[in-house]
Design a protein around this ligand. Structure first.
Ligand SMILES: [Zn+2]
Length: 323
């Protein structure tokens, strides 16, 4: 039984590969960009990038890729058999079976798949901000919202393995269109992508006059402009961050109602703006959570494993699922 595993976190733009020990120590790290090559069969271009990462790590540490446990976290619906059923932000890989592809390309025999948000939740549960907390929800604020639910000390995988897709919970019944084909999904309001969308909307409505004049036109104002200006105290930017915080709290309140969870771990790219988002979001929870006054204090904290959470969790999956 191997005491190290490779954890791969495959996002819409980049793939992070870590070599991880059984106690969660990161022994090595590689980063590559993710191809979006629709010319090749589903997932082949992505799989080739992963193969090269695994080969490099295996060579550097004298490991055999055939027997090395490999875990892959993917942004999308990952079936229990390891096939990626649907990936709204990685269309070229939708339908691919990465365990089969890595077996064909590399001879790898110990490849395990899990949704990337679920991976992050497992890593935070084992080694991060969720350590020792049997009921918490990992919320990853990136281009979309990923997530993983730990309930009664177990990851909620659901009937097919698709559990924890909290970003596609509708928070506005006839709201903004989503990459999943739905409408009003939480990730269109409270993620980095949601901030970008709201920024464009607010700028076009004339609600970001200072930023619009600084950037020359409404179309040039970005989500990063808003977070930067908000941290400097510009009122219109603070107001927009408060709007995003309200939407964040709206979704968290729904999760509290369903799961009776009292603890949230917030990660992903937008969590760099946690100082702007989390204090107002905590205040909004008081209005939005069902029976708020009758509950213990709801904790909303940031990820401790940050950018490594997904890949660490993928490695944990591979180590735990070794035969
Ligand atoms: Zn959606």
């Amino acid at each position: 039984m191997s005491d190290v595993a490779v954890g791969l976190d495959v996002g819409g733009t980049k793939a992070l590969a870590l070599l991880v020990s059984r106690d969660g120590e990161i022994l090595d790290e590689l980063r590559s960009s993710t191809p979006h090559d629709a010319q090749e069969p589903a997932g082949v271009a992505t799989a080739k990038v992963l193969v090269s990462q695994i080969e490099t790590l295996a060579q550097r540490h004298g490991l055999d890729p055939v027997t090395l446990p490999i875990g892959i976290g993917m942004p999308g619906m990952v079936r229990r058999d390891g096939r990626l059923a649907f990936a709204p932000n990685l269309h070229s890989a939708s339908g691919a079976s990465f365990p089969e592809l890595l077996h064909d390309l590399l001879g790898a025999c110990a490849v395990h798949m899990e949704n990337d948000g679920n991976c992050a939740a497992l890593a935070e549960f084992a080694w991060g901000a969720g350590q020792g907390i049997d009921n918490f929800v990992m919320v990853t604020l990136g281009t979309g919202i990923g997530g993983g639910i730990i309930a009664n000390g177990e990851l909620v995988r659901g009937q097919n393995g698709f559990g924890g897709e909290i970003g596609h919970m509708a928070v506005e019944a006839r709201g903004a269109l989503c990459g999943c084909g739905g409408q009003g999904c939480w990730e269109r309001y409270a993620s980095g992508g949601g901030l970008a969308r709201l920024t464009t909307q607010w700028a076009s409505e004339g609600r970001l006059p200072t930023l619009t004049s600084r950037r020359g036109s409404a179309a040039n104002v970005s989500g990063e402009d808003v977070t930067r200006a908000a941290s400097e105290g510009l009122d219109e930017a603070v107001a927009l961050m408060n709007e995003v915080a309200w939407w964040l709290a709206r979704g968290l309140a729904n999760l509290v109602a369903i799961l009776d969870t009292g603890h949230f771990v917030i990660g992903g790219g937008l969590s760099v703006a946690a100082d702007l988002l989390l204090p107002p979001a905590r205040d909004y929870l008081a209005d939005l959570v069902f029976g708020y006054a009758k509950r213990p204090q709801i904790v909303v904290t940031t990820s401790r494993l940050t950018v490594h959470a997904g890949a660490l969790g993928a490695a944990k999956v591979a180590l735990d699922r070794q035969p």
